[in-house]
Design a protein around this ligand. Structure first.
Ligand code: NAG
Ligand code: NAG
Length: 510
């Protein structure tokens, strides 16, 4: 693959993820609402055309160099992600004698991977059925021999996090993500996932866990569901999350020596791991969202088979479960023609040791986490409330990671919604000017789905005040000596801002 293709694939994927994870907000609003918003945009806002922002369906070269953008999707039945079998001898080192023998078996040929694929569309009896293979090349026999909580760092190639020294769970705050970019195409929105920060415990931990459990009580399968064939991936995800927590926060989380009980010191609870579905272990202990897609053994395509998602706006697990990537994205104009090909290809090949992360953002009134249809917050997006004040306005960042799990080869989206008062930007150099630029000159279609219109009348004047103040105070300086002001561009510190660490440590107190 040449460099241009790598670039366009990642660029496309970035857009794909935006759509998959946050745009759905805008898209699932019914047509009437959408039309209303569109009409309002046309009438009340005459914007600069935003010529420096490329259309979201950018990349004409791509079509030429990659070919079948307009034909039916290529055949993925024979396409597998990179095998992870070469780590087996390492795993075998610490296994019992009988398991060791199983773990140093021979590599199955691709034919086996296809013909004897572990089904992801129906349940599978790990104990009694004849061995099957997962797309990463492991047999069910080998997976059994690995036992519970195998070394996922070795299996995946993603290191375990270091223990977080001086961590205080009552004060911890998320890092101040400000994923604003200008111009949109200049920087890649994706970066390598930082293994230390895959999951984050913050001072809202206990209340978030409770809030999420309540959402499940109330909405059931709309926030947590799993389809037959997802047994292995759900167990694997639960184990890899708990393993992460124990390594990262060893003072607060631990696993019993028989690996059957998870001790949670923040909630003061012990969980008998085998007593409930793995996704419930996650719901009760890990306040983050997970959506899992699995490779279908017949067509090689990826389908949403299980998940726990409490922070979706305008969609829910029931709306999308069982769907293939391209069905999930169906309502999106141009997805099939322009993005489907890159997304499918990316998913089919993504290795386990190259997880990625990104942030998407929007502005909200209050801090709506889960928004079912008919929620009062939905109406708020349809109007510019006259009495709205800056105190009511929050930045919502959905911080997302995407990684492939090594045993089941399932791909997991992890995301968490973080809210920050817009007033925080006052002392964050360049952030007010950068956000203003996007709000005022951003491409219309982009801003529409970001749903920022409903708070702009309250935010723009305030941001203008902050931006001016920052120039006066010298927090913002011209881009070069012969320029009068700062030429707005994505910050070098993106997704943060200059001095963010100092502010973050000060606010946390550690
Ligand atoms: C969830 O999605 C389904 C299907 O789209 C919809 O009928 C239902 O009202 C939604 N419920 C919530 C609570 O979001
Ligand atoms: C703001 O105005 C709306 C009507 O536009 C009203 O429903 C709401 O209660 C008002 N809020 C405050 C804080 O006054």
């Amino acid at each position: 693959m040449d460099l241009l293709n790598v670039f366009s694939t990642q660029w496309m994927l970035g857009i794909g993820l935006i759509f998959l994870l946050s745009t759905i907000t805008a898209l699932t609003f019914n047509k009437r609402q959408r039309d209303a918003v569109l009409k309002r945009l046309r009438v009340s806002r005459r914007r600069a055309s935003g010529a420096s922002t490329p259309p979201r369906s950018f990349s004409p070269e791509k079509k030429n160099s990659e070919g079948p953008a307009d034909t039916a999707s290529p055949d993925y039945a024979d396409v597998f992600c990179p095998s992870r079998r070469y780590v087996l001898p390492k795993l075998a080192e610490s296994a019992s004698a009988s398991n060791k023998e199983i773990l140093i078996g021979t590599e199955p040929c691709k034919e086996f991977l296809r013909k004897d694929a572990l089904p992801t569309t129906r349940s599978y009896d790990l104990e009694n059925d004849h061995p099957k293979y997962t797309p990463t090349g492991f047999s069910t026999e080998e997976i059994k021999a690995m036992g519970d909580f195998p070394a996922y760092d070795i299996l995946s190639g993603v290191p375990l996090p270091q223990p977080y020294a001086n961590f205080d769970p009552t004060k911890a705050k998320p890092r101040p993500y400000r994923p604003f970019r200008w111009a949109y195409h200049q920087t890649m929105s994706l970066s390598k996932m930082e293994p230390e920060w895959w999951l984050e415990v913050e001072n809202t931990y206990v209340s978030r866990v409770n809030e999420r459990k309540e959402l499940f009580e109330r909405y059931g399968k709309m926030v947590l569901d799993y389809l037959p064939g997802s047994e292995l991936v759900c167990k694997e995800l639960m184990e890899i999350c708990l393993q992460f927590y124990c390594a990262r926060y060893p003072k607060h989380f631990s696993l019993s020596t028989d690996k059957q009980t998870f001790h949670n010191g923040l909630l003061n609870e012990d969980t008998d791991i085998k007593s409930m579905h793995p996704l419930h272990v996650l719901l009760n202990n890990v306040p983050e969202d997970f959506a899992i897609v699995l490779r279908n053994e017949n067509d090689g395509m990826y389908y949403f088979r299980a998940g726990v998602v409490c922070s979706s706006l305008g969609w829910n697990v029931s709306t999308k479960i069982g769907m293939q990537l391209k069905e999930i994205h169906k309502p999106i104009p141009d997805y099939k023609e322009k993005m489907s090909f890159s997304m499918d290809r990316y998913f089919s090949k993504m290795p386990t040791n190259a997880p990625i992360q990104r942030g998407s953002w929007g502005l909200e009134v209050g801090s709506p986490l889960f928004m079912p249809p008919g929620d009062p917050h939905e109406k708020l997006r349809d109007m510019q409330q006259e009495n709205l004040t800056i105190e009511d306005c929050n930045l919502r960042v959905d911080w997302q990671t995407l990684r492939r799990l090594p045993l089941s080869a399932g791909i997991v989206f992890n995301f968490k919604a973080l809210f920050t008062p817009v007033q925080e930007f006052r002392d964050e150099p360049y952030i007010p000017a950068l956000l203003l630029k996007i709000l005022k000159d951003g491409k219309k279609s982009l801003m529409e789905y970001k749903n920022t219109w409903h708070v702009e009348h309250a935010c723009i004047p305030e941001l203008e005040k902050y931006a001016e103040e920052q120039v006066k105070k010298g927090l913002v300086v011209p881009s070069s000596p012969d320029e009068e002001s700062w030429t707005v561009a994505t910050l070098q510190q993106s997704p943060y801002f200059p001095g963010w660490e100092e502010k973050w440590h000060r606010q946390q107190g550690f």
